[in-house]
Design a protein around this ligand. Sequence first.
Ligand code: NAD
Length: 508
Amino acid sequence: MDKEFLQTLQIDQHNHGSIAGFDTMVGDEEISSSSPVDGTLIGRVSLTDAGNYEKIVIRAQSAFEEWRRWPAPKRGSVIQAFGQLLRDHKDALGNLVSYEMGKSIQEGLGEVQEMIDICAFSVGLSRQLYGLTMHSERLDHRMYEQWHPLGIVGIISAFNFPVAVWSWNAMVAIVCGNACIWKASEKTPLCAVACQKLFCQAAKALGAPAAISCIITGDHKLGKMLTADQRISLVSATGSSKMGKSLAQTVAARLGRSLLELGGNNAMIISKHADIDIAIRAAVFGAVGTAGQRCTSTRRLIIHQDHYDLIKERLKMAYSQIRIGNPLDPSMHMGPLIDRDAVHAYLEAIEIVQRFGGNFIVSGGVIEGSGFQSGCYVRPCIAEVENHYDIVQKETFAPILYLIKYQSLKQAIQLQNDVPQGLSSSIITEYLKEAELFLSASGSDCGIANVNIGTSGAEIGGAFGGEKETGGGRESGSDSWKSYMRRQTNTINYGTTLPLSQGITFDF
Ligand code: NAD
């Protein structure tokens, strides 16, 4: 396979994960990154040890001291330069995402496009970090609020969106005046190294302080070090609900701030009034895209009883046309799972579904033979289940789609909500009253609720995140920037007396 994209991104056999600003900090140990596409070792990245971690935090602190004084629109110009570098390197970075993580090249490029989009959004935001003004109850007083940066924002990211999720956080946090320290997934460290190199290029060109963006490399132990560190004002973490529950307690114990983007268990309701073609396309992309490894992947289809048999037949037909193979080949719909542990979890889930009495209408299994030697390629499968099965209540990060039948919309919404997670949801219906009920306060309890599109594929302009065990955080668009800043209320007396609020008198 031609790996020119690695050279373009300056990815070598030995890479330095702990780059603070423009310097490299080489650790004694390394982690390796092998591609799930073909099992090849792509490269190694030096691990961040405790000594280097300390140096990086100190660098980030001093970068913050300077960066917070830069006018926000000037900060935006650094993000603009980074956005341009991403445009120039979209192809190479998209290929690396696809090769290191295993998602289709279309989705790899889409992830980089999402980064470009959040850069554009953040540049605009740099002139819109608005606060409110209020009328004071006191004579000759003025009240207003303003937003200041927090300090150091720690970003912990998952393997499945190895670059985009970092940029949702970092671009907004940096434009808000913070310094960021990124601990990427230990499964996709090279994507982080590539992003960091490009960001440093942009920062250097515009004379920005070196360490406004730093990366640290390691597994959950390093994540825990970052989480427990009092100097990290906000920890924004993306990953499993298990990780979030542990992390949230550590951050709360030091009264720090956390922003959590955790697991989903997303359902699509296919109504009696659905456009069936739209429903099938949305369901198949939602369940099979990224090999079922999106937080917003469609895991459950809740289907009206009148369409149930038809949908089953249409899904079987659609699944028979899915092309599985090397994700860098644009004709493939689906690549591998991230690693053999993920394959194991997928096989285990299938076995549990069968033990519960679930009925597979499209069977799964590991794909073997030429072109599949990494051992990470599996077949997407579909099972008829009951919503209350323990295994259905959990998020299995693999292409397993569950079918559930319903009779009334009220029952469908209840089934949709009856899981511990609350990330994304959708309804396919042509009937306005159904759509409105689904979106109402008595409808979906998720952070994302869509009509006539699937559960996955969010745009950066909206606030992204979910409720319940998904963690409650919101990232990316809308007013999510407020999570990366602290609010300050200011009251100014321009009069000649000192009236007290609530009419209190205190004369002496
Ligand atoms: P994971 O929880 O195993 O790891 C995520 C990150 O957290 C990694 O960087 C890991 O090193 C770190 N980590 C793990 N335990 C930690 C701890 N106790 N303290 C600090 N850091 C810790 O998740 P994963 O397998 O990489 O990703 C898949 C999961 O991420 C799925 O559950 C998926 O739904 C979720 N996800 C959610 C969103 C969202 O926006 N809601 C987006 C992408 C992925």
